[in-house]
Design a protein around this ligand. Structure first.
Ligand code: ADP
Ligand code: MN
Length: 274
């Protein structure tokens, strides 16, 4: 984790313009001053050139597309832009306090609602997601590559195209195929792929996602990408098995709706853990 704010600042046109746009984006989304400063330091270090459109506004975090630079083909014809994704955890709400139980294993209100404590807690969540993404990457699981973490700002690989469009969530995927049978086969293959991912997550990363559903999986060209792992828990957590059963239940329900003849809960649980 690099420290922020020590860059000298570049005065060339591209980065300078990026900074102005970044300022605008942060203003529009009403990010607090410290978060703005972190974004500015990331721009100065040329990790991103600006904060662009918001991809998602969630309860606990917003996700932004952050371009770095354009890339050309051999003829110098513009072919796209290298994007990164910036997940910015909100520092001003209390709802995430509930998530504390994922860490402690119990449902306790440990926070008096002071802003200073919120910051610490949010930082803890961002750190957890960053480290979990590292674990997933080391295990070779398809997920965003974590690039940098600074307080409540997590910069990671952008899962999407050169135009800033993120890959669809599994929830929104409409598979194309030669006929209904082909599409049914593809859904079944994705189900099997996902069971393999959950198993490797458990066995190799020694993690349970704990919020796994069609909303936290992105899809591109037959590959499933796991995202949103801030609440994932290790094997030492007292509710590991409960979370795993819940994850497997969600997955099963989704693929059944897609017409897949899913395996029994017991069977998939044993597959993942044994
Ligand atoms: P939340 O805690 O708000 O659910 P997520 O990590 O699930 O946060 O991200 C919310 C949405 O942002 C995702 O559904 C996805 O559309 C988009 N997103 C998150 N990470 C990335 C990424 N690395 N690349 C592209 N899109 C992403
Ligand atoms: Mn999510």
């Amino acid at each position: 984790i690099a420290d922020g704010g020590s860059g000298t600042g570049h005065k060339d046109n591209k980065v300078h313009m990026g900074r102005e746009k970044a300022d605008r984006a942060t203003r529009d989304q009403v990010l607090d001053r410290r978060t703005e400063a972190i974004i500015e330091s990331m721009v100065r270090k040329e990790l991103i050139s600006e904060l662009q459109g918001v991809i998602s506004t969630g309860k606990e975090a917003n996700v932004y597309a952050a371009p770095l630079h354009t890339y050309d083909d051999d003829e110098g014809t513009h072919t796209g832009t290298l994007y990164r994704a910036a997940k910015i955890y909100k520092t001003s709400i209390l709802s995430f306090v509930d998530r504390e139980r994922y860490i402690t294993g119990e449902h306790r209100f440990r926070n008096g609602g002071h802003k200073g404590n919120n910051r610490k807690m949010v930082k803890k969540w961002a750190e957890k997601e960053f480290r979990n993404l590292q674990r997933l990457n080391r295990a070779g699981l398809a997920c965003p590559y974590p690039i940098q973490l600074k307080a409540n700002v997590l910069l990671m690989e952008f899962l999407g195209d050169g135009e800033g469009h993120a890959y669809p969530r599994l929830r929104d995927v409409e598979l194309e195929g030669t006929d209904d049978d082909d599409i049914a086969q593809q859904w079944r293959a994705l189900y099997i792929q996902l069971l393999g991912l959950v198993r490797r997550l458990y066995q190799v990363c020694r993690l349970v996602h704990a919020d796994l559903s069609e909303y936290n999986i992105l899809y591109h060209e037959r590959v499933l990408y796991i995202i949103d792992v801030s609440q994932s828990v290790g094997h030492d957590h007292p509710q590991t098995y409960d979370f795993l059963r819940m994850d497997l239940h969600n997955i099963g329900a989704f693929f059944r709706r897609k017409g897949v003849d899913t395996l029994r809960d017991r069977t998939v649980f044993e597959f993942a853990t044994a």
